[in-house]
Design a protein around this ligand. Sequence first.
Ligand code: KIV
Ligand code: NA
Length: 266
Amino acid sequence: PKRFRVQHLAEAKARGEKLTMLTAYDAMTARIFDDAGVDMLLVGDSIGDNMLAHDTTIPVTMDELVPAVRAVSRAVRRSLVIADLPFGSYEASPEQAHASAVRMLKEGGAHAVKFEGGRRVAPQVELLTGAGIPVFGHLGFTPQSENILGGKRVQGRGDEAAERLAEDALALQEAGAVAVVLEMIPAPVAARVTEVLRIPTIGIGAGVECDGQVLVWLDMAGMGDWSPRFARRFAEIGTALRTAASDYVDAVRGQEYPGPEHSYES
Ligand code: KIV
Ligand code: NA
C-alpha cells in the first residue's frame, strides 16, 4: 500500500475526504490498525493512563514513550506514525522541543510529532518545521494542563474562548503545523475553526464537522469498562478477552486443553 504522508493531509481536506487516526502503543495493534486502513497512528502520552496505570498523562517520560514509538513504527506499512511529546519535554524552549522530537524520529522512527498548546508553542512549531519535522498541534482540552484547566472539561465555550481558540489554531498554522487536534470543544466552535484553517482539524469530542477524527483505541474498541461520552464503542474487546481468559482457565483445570491436536507424538 502507498504510504500516507503529511502532503495528503491538505489534499484530503481540499477534497472533503475525512481523515482517520487512532492511538497505538505496540506493534500488534499497530499492524491491525495499519491493515484496517487507518491513515495515522498516534503514539499518545495517553499510554500513561491507558497502559501504564498512571492516573493522568503527566508522569509519562520520553524513555517510556520512545520504545512504544519504535514498536509502532516498525509495524506499519502505510500509516503515518505521530509521536506525542510528553509533559516537560518541549515547553521550555524550541531547542528543548527539537531535542525531544529528534529522539522520536531517530530512535523511535516516527514521521511526525504532536504537542499541546497554541501561541505559546508557535516558536517550537516553527523551529521543528524548519528542521524537517512535521508538527501536529493539539488545542481545546489539553490533558497535560489539567491542573490549570481544573480537570477534564469542555473548552472553548462562549464567544471569547471560541475566539481565543481560533487565534491559537491560526498561530499554529502560520508557524507551519500540518494539522491540529481539537479535543472536547463544542461542535459549532470546532466547525468554525475547521472553516478558517487551511490545514485539517482532527477532532476528539469536537463533532462531525472536523476534517478527521481520532480516538484512544481502548475507548474505540471497548477495551476498558468505561469510555468517555464522545467515544463510540465499536466493539467489546474487553469482555471478549475476559471470556477467552476465563474459558482458558476452565479448559486447563478440566483437562479439555490441550487436546491431542495440540500435542506432539513421540
Ligand atoms: O495522547 C493521546 O491519545 C492524544 C489524543 C487523545 C489526541 O493526545
Ligand atoms: Na496526548
